[in-house]
Each structure stands twice: as structure tokens, then as C-alpha cells.
Ligand binder design. Structure first.
Ligand SMILES: NC(=O)c1ccc[n+]([C@@H]2O[C@H](COP(=O)([O-])OP(=O)(O)OC[C@H]3O[C@@H](n4cnc5c(N)ncnc54)[C@H](O)[C@@H]3O)[C@@H](O)[C@H]2O)c1
Length: 342
């Protein structure tokens, strides 16, 4: 059994990581870490984890895990990756978003460029939801013909949910983005906040890919609402249009139109999500066992995706179509805050 540790268990998300272990066959959670002792104890009691730490470096030394799952705020990413590598931890799953703006993106990109002795994946577990896997396979097998257009969205902003929807575009169309034209509005999400997630309230991007596919990404209040979706976080969706039909996935249902035949159904997001999280974790173990079984949510791919978001910000600030890869200018978040402030 692989030994997993979870870092940042005082918030809501870490429960998703731990719940998945009821389905994970090759690993178990041996220790947890958080700065907040009481919240950590509540979490560890719930999942019956005995070993508890307030310092993840000490945890790495003592527990010698094969996998660390990181559910800290976006400001606590690189330091954990560096410490894990230094301690010889072979694999880390880091929660989304990978970064917030250019500075932290560049620091993580520099880390990746050193070819660190550690396998890193970003936790966009929707890639592994059973329904998404089914639809992704249909598209990959050519059921809707060549892809012409993709439209993805999320009810929350780019920092909270947008990277899930952007990653979904890549899941259906594993090509390289080449240009971005973006627009943003609303500065509420750019104000200081405890979760340290900073993004404009609304965004729209037109993205071109090197295989000719065009995509749009809408994140925030301007995103379409999803049938059966209720609270703001329940509106992630993607539609993929091809020469022979389309597929449409939302958090609560799906549609296909293939060769003139329409089909549709419902699913429950929480049920899909726990299975997706478990499969994402197992894929990490696959990668540990076989260097060629590279995790589809690997760090290099996530850096390509996050570059799209940075280019979207710069495009909206500078009123230009930007070519990728985009070398980010400094202080994108403060610049957006200044530009969008009423
Ligand atoms: N993949 C998903 O579907 C999904 C869903 C929700 C949230 N998320 C992401 O998960 C991450 C965590 O979300 P959350 O709502 O649980 O966040 P949160 O801010 O509520 O909790 C983060 C926890 O990390 C702890 N922490 C901070 N610095 C630490 C350190 N140095 N060492 C140990 N612990 C530390 C904090 O004390 C806190 O308990 C965010 O990046 C969020 O975007 C992902």
C-alpha cells in the first residue's frame, strides 16, 4: 500500500481527497498536516488518521510518504513542492489553481524547468469523472467527427473554477493553444480574501488551438446557468461540437447528438466526483510505477493551460490578441484591480 499524506486539511476541499480513499485500492492516508490544530483534529478524527503535524517538512521526514496531496491556498504551492522534492517524496498532487498571476506562475515554471525528481499533477479531478471519461472517449474515438468548436464555462471566477473548465477543453481537445483574445469585468474577486483566490468577476476568452479548433471560455457571473444547478458553484459545463454531432456535459447531466440521434441523462456531481478523485489518485500510482504512464494532469500541461489565463488577463488589459506562449508581465492582479475598480 502506498502511503499518502494530506496537507491543508482545515478547509472543505481536503474532505474530497480523503473521501476518495474508500475507492482507492493501492493507497491509504497515513498522516495529515495543517497549521490549525483544532480543524486538523476534527478532520483526522473523522477519517481516523493518527499521525498529525503542523509542519509538513517534519511530516515528510517522519512518514516518508509516496504521495502528498496538497489542499492549501494557492499561495502555498511551490514551497511544498520544493520541500517534498528535498525530502525525497516521489509524487505530489496539488490543488487547483496552480497559480494566481505571473509571478507565482514563473516561479513554478522555473521549478518544473529544473526537471525535479518529483512527479506533480494538478487536481482537476473532473478529467476522471466516469461520465466525463465516457464522453472524452466518445470524442477521442471520433464519434462526433473532427472537432470544430468548444464552449466551456463555470459559474465561479477563473481562480475558483475557471481552470477546471479550461482543463476540460484540453481533455476533449489535447492540442496546444496558440492565441487568446480576452475580456474581463468586475473587481470584487480581486479584493483581499481569506482563500487568496484572485480573479475578475466575469471573464470571456476566445482561444485558438494549433489543430484549428476554436474555443470560448466564460467564467463567473456571465457564464450560462446549468439545468438543475443551484448555488453558484454548481454551473461548470462544456459543449464540444464536431462535424457529426456534439456532446454536452454539465455538473448534473449530459447530452449527446451523434449522427442524428439525440440522447441525454442526469448524474449526481458528488457521486461522480468521489469516483473521479479516486481514479485521479490511482493514476498517480500508475505514474509512480511506470515513468511512461504520465498523468494527464501533469504539471507541464497545467503550465500550458495557466498561460492561457495569464494571456487572457493581459489581452483584456492591453486590448490585443495575444500569441502563446505568453511571457507574463508583472503585477497582473494589481493592474486588473486598478483597471476594473469602479
Ligand atoms: N478540485 C476541486 O474540485 C476543488 C474544490 C474546492 C476547492 N479546491 C481548491 O482546493 C484548495 C483548498 O480549498 P479550501 O476551500 O479547502 O481552502 P481553505 O483555505 O479553506 O483551507 C486551506 C487549509 O490549508 C491550511 N494551510 C495553509 N497554509 C498551510 C501550511 N503552510 N501548512 C499546512 N496547512 C496550511 C489552512 O490552515 C487551511 O486549513 C484551493 O486551492 C481551492 O481552489 C478544489
Amino acid at each position: 500500500m502506498y502511503k499518502t499524506v494530506i496537507i491543508g486539511v482545515g478547509g472543505g476541499r481536503a474532505h474530497g481527497h480523503a473521501d476518495a480513499y474508500q475507492y482507492v485500492k493501492r493507497g491509504r492516508v497515513v498522516a495529515v498536516c495543517d497549521l490549525m490544530r483544532d480543524s486538523m483534529d476534527d478532520f483526522a478524527d473523522k477519517y481516523d488518521v493518527k499521525a498529525r503535524y503542523t509542519d509538513y517538512r517534519e511530516m515528510f521526514e517522519k512518514e516518508k510518504p509516496e504521495l502528498a496531496q496538497v489542499s492549501t491556498p494557492p499561495s502555498v504551492r511551490l514551497e511544498v513542492l520544493e520541500a517534498a522534492e528535498a525530502a525525497g517524496v516521489p509524487a505530489v498532487v496539488v490543488e487547483k489553481p496552480l497559480a494566481i498571476q505571473g509571478e507565482d506562475y514563473l516561479a513554478i515554471r522555473d521549478f518544473a524547468a529544473r526537471n525535479p525528481k518529483i512527479k506533480v499533477a494538478i487536481n482537476h479531478q473532473l478529467q476522471f469523472h466516469p461520465r466525463r471519461q465516457h464522453l472524452q472517449k466518445l470524442v477521442a474515438d471520433g464519434a462526433i467527427g473532427d472537432i470544430r468548436f468548444i464552449e466551456a464555462s463555470s459559474g465561479m471566477n477563473l481562480a475558483y473554477q475557471g481552470t477546471h473548465s479550461l482543463q476540460a477543453i484540453g481533455a476533449f481537445n489535447p492540442a496546444t493553444p496558440t492565441t487568446v483574445f480576452g475580456q474581463v469585468s468586475g473587481a470584487m474577486g480581486l479584493q483581499p480574501n481569506v482563500k487568496e483566490h484572485y480573479a475578475p468577476d466575469q471573464s470571456l476568452a476566445a482561444v485558438e488551438y494549433d489543430n484549428g479548433v476554436q474555443a470560448t471560455l466564460r467564467c463567473g457571473e456571465n457564464a450560462p446557468r446549468v439545468p438543475r444547478g443551484d448555488a453558484i458553484y454548481q454551473h461548470k459545463r462544456i459543449a464540444v461540437y464536431g462535424m457529426k454531432g456534439y456532446i454536452h456535459w454539465t455538473m448534473w447531466g449530459w447530452e449527446t447528438f451523434i449522427n442524428g440521434a439525440y440522447d441525454s441523462g442526469d448524474h449526481e456531481y458528488p457521486e461522480e466526483d468521489v469516483l473521479g478523485q479516486a481514479a485521479m489518485t490511482e493514476a498517480m500510482f500508475d505514474w509512480l510505477e511506470d515513468d511512461s504512464a504520465v498523468h494527464p494532469l501533469n504539471l507541464d500541461r497545467a503550465l500550458v493551460d495557466f498561460n492561457v489565463i495569464l494571456a487572457l488577463y493581459a489581452s483584456s488589459l492591453n486590448h490585443k490578441v495575444l500569441e502563446l506562449p505568453y511571457e507574463p508581465e508583472a503585477d497582473l492582479v494589481p493592474k486588473l484591480r486598478d483597471a476594473l475598480q469602479d
